[in-house]
Design a protein around this ligand. Structure first.
Ligand code: UT7
Length: 322
């Protein structure tokens, strides 16, 4: 039995924040950002909520689809609109998915990969017919707009994939997921819990803002992406030449270039969407996958590898056949 990815969707907020505008906010310049990251613009959700974006991406997947078949909704996010109800519950309600079990998952920028991995397992064990896996983020909500080392990187958006059980076709071929410890918390975001009546006067909380030791995370990322790629392909009988397209997390163009060099695969096989979206955490991979699927380049039977890495520290790769 195969679990196939049969449809994708994507939604971006309206407001475009350019590198030039960032030059007004912090001590940075367009050339540095383009050269060091590959980012020119990113979107900021001003009018839109996380739910608006994820609904829009999910509706693209569900257009013309029998919604009663959707048995599972997994939303990967670190920036939900509310803790309760979770984003999955809100989506299930607003999409009228009467049969779906819905929940949220947090694996930072690897979240979509973890979501597809979880969905595949649950679909097989429970005989679910189809599932929506969504990565949706309003990262600009938790961005420190005074920190030039991070505020130039992040953006908002949502991506979605519709998975369907198929008794005759292959679908997902292989997955490899790995967690690495982060003793120094090189990539972290606190929770702004309020002081309780019982807390001592020196009560303090970590602000709810992303903090990142960029160079350390960069080093982790270039190693982790290759480790999960190598492990995902290892026992499949495939080589990198057999993979038609690679869809990496869009954190930094230099990380994507490094993966292309280490695997010996031409950069044109890697989907690059970072220029106009920046790093959108768990939404990056499904949005980039959607860009690839609508590009007209993908043929039936092609094998695609999805790769994620990020906070936790976490990483994962999935190979599937279209
Ligand atoms: O999505 C989860 C995973 N995240 C990632 O994978 C991100 C990984 N990290 C990165 O992509 C890169 O480390 C960054 C893009 C965040 C930073 O690039 P870098 O080449 O590692 O730069 P750096 O932090 O080593 O800084 C180099 C210089 C420093 O100046 P000095 O000390 O050499 O004088 C920084 O202060 O660049 C400076 N700098 C900037 N200059 C202009 C840092 N940020 C900026 C900026 N504009 N926005």
């Amino acid at each position: 039995m195969g679990i196939k990815i049969i449809k994708t969707g994507k939604a971006l907020p309206e407001y475009i924040l350019t590198n030039r505008e960032l030059e007004e906010l912090v001590d940075t310049d367009n050339d540095w950002i383009v050269e060091r990251t590959g980012i020119s613009n990113r979107r900021v959700a001003i009018k839109e909520s996380n739910l608006d974006l994820s609904l829009k991406a999910a509706e693209m997947c569900l257009k013309g689809y029998d919604r009663s078949k959707v048995d599972l909704v997994i939303v990967s996010t670190i920036t939900p609109d509310k803790l309760v109800p979770c984003m999955g519950s809100l989506l299930k309600r607003d999409l009228n998915l009467e049969n779906a079990i819905a929940f949220d998952l947090n694996a930072a920028c690897s979240g979509f990969i973890y979501g597809v991995w979880t969905a595949e397992a649950l679909m097989k064990v429970n005989n679910f017919r189809s599932a929506l896996v969504i990565g949706s983020e309003c990262l600009t909500r938790i961005t420190n707009w005074e920190d030039r080392g991070t505020c130039v990187l992040f953006g908002d958006g949502a991506g979605c994939a519709l998975l369907e059980r198929d008794d005759n076709e292959t679908g997902i071929i292989s997955s490899f997921i790995k967690n690495y410890d982060d003793p120094k918390e090189v990539l972290a975001c606190g929770m702004e819990y309020r002081k309780r009546p019982f807390d001592s006067e020196d009560f303090s909380y970590q602000p709810m803002l992303i903090e990142m030791a960029g160079t350390q995370v960069f080093k982790f990322a270039v190693n982790a992406i290759n480790e999960v790629m190598d492990n995902a392909i290892k026992d499949t009988g495939l080589t990198y030449e057999d993979i038609a397209f690679f869809v990496p997390h869009q954190a930094n163009m230099r990380i994507i270039n490094a993966a292309s060099q280490k695997t010996g695969q031409d950069i044109t096989k890697f989907q690059v969407s970072i220029k106009d979206t920046g790093n959108v955490s768990s939404a990056s991979v499904p949005m980039a996958l959607h860009d690839l699927m609508v590009s007209g380049k993908v043929k039936k039977g092609d094998k695609i590898m999805l790769m994620g890495f990020g906070g936790g520290l976490s990483a994962g790769a999935i190979i599937y056949q279209v």
